[in-house]
Design a protein around this ligand. Structure first.
Ligand SMILES: N[C@@H](CCC[C@H](N)C(=O)O)C(=O)O
Length: 280
């Protein structure tokens, strides 16, 4: 079959976007992996699918697959690209969209300055929400959980669900962070039965942080929207960050806001790179 697609990026987190309002979408995990493959396919961190609404309270359905082929719950940078795609393809003229993901309804707003703001929903902070099997462990006063790793080392993790699971470590210098070593180790730890996205955050001031994220199903990406939200939520809870924080990822800058109670708001860029078709 021949599939039309649009390649997009948000702060360097890149996507293959499929319009399932105009062409049928039913790809096997193997076809999804091929699409995501940077050598044998198009190449991307995630595949985003724009589907018609399934009820009158939303404008579209928004489905997300990691490049490794599994469907996942949330993708923040992808949500911004979703808005840009829908506008550029003439699928909606609205500047505010409501979209249904597998476990939430998100509100996406296109701003006059060209950026997109996403109401990412409220974070969940109990370990069961990731899930994280916490039996026999106790979080410290900053809300950090101890985790003994298979190689005998131990780390302290903030655990935040943004609809998808995140573990966040504080580091002194994000450029020196052991992302390639600790990312896969923590992600594969049996206490995370559904895996976890692992973020490494360097706090520079009460309003600025730098971050790298080793994502589930994609490895280290140039930015992770849900990862930036989770890290800021963890920093605010620990009393180290203010309610509005500029988060510098390797591929771009995101603004994250949280009042400590309700939804997290994420603002950042979204851009089309090229369009094409592929035989799958
Ligand atoms: N890049 C994303 C997150 C994509 C999903 C994640 N890899 C997972 O498995 O949960 C973002 O911008 O949030």
């Amino acid at each position: 079959m021949k599939l039309s697609f649009t390649k997009m990026q948000g702060a360097g987190n890149d996507f293959v976007v499929i319009d399932a309002t105009r062409q049928p979408f039913s790809l096997s995990p193997e076809q999804l992996r091929r699409l995501g493959d940077r050598r044998f396919g198009v190449g991307c961190d995630q595949i985003l699918v724009v589907e018609p609404p399934d009820a009158p309270d939303v404008d579209f359905r928004y489905r997300i697959f990691n490049g490794s082929g599994e469907e996942v719950e949330h993708c923040g940078n992808g949500a911004r690209c979703f808005v840009r795609f829908v506008q550029e393809q003439g699928l909606s003229r609205k500047t505010e969209l409501r979209v249904r993901t597998v476990n939430n309804v998100l509100t996406l707003r296109s701003q006059d300055d060209g950026r997109v703001q996403v109401d990412m929903g409220a974070p969940r902070l109990n370990p069961e929400s990731l899930p994280f099997e916490s039996a026999g462990l106790q979080a410290d006063a900053q809300g950090l959980w101890p985790l003994a790793l298979a190689d005998g080392d131990a780390v302290k993790l903030a655990l935040v669900s943004m609809g998808n699971p995140h573990a966040v470590l504080w580091v002194d210098d994000v450029d020196q962070a052991p992302v390639a070593l600790r990312g896969p180790q923590i992600q594969a730890d049996p206490r995370f039965p559904q895996g976890v996205n692992v973020g490494f955050m360097q706090i520079q001031s009460r309003t600025r942080a730098r971050i790298r994220v080793y994502e589930r199903g994609a490895g280290e990406t140039l930015a992770c929207g849900t990862g930036a939200c989770a890290a800021v939520v963890a920093g605010i809870r620990a009393g180290l960050l203010d309610a509005a924080v500029e988060v510098q990822a390797r591929g771009g800058l995101l603004r994250i806001e949280w009042d400590g109670v309700g939804s997290v708001f994420m603002t950042g860029p979204a851009e089309t790179v090229f369009q094409g078709s592929i035989e799958l």
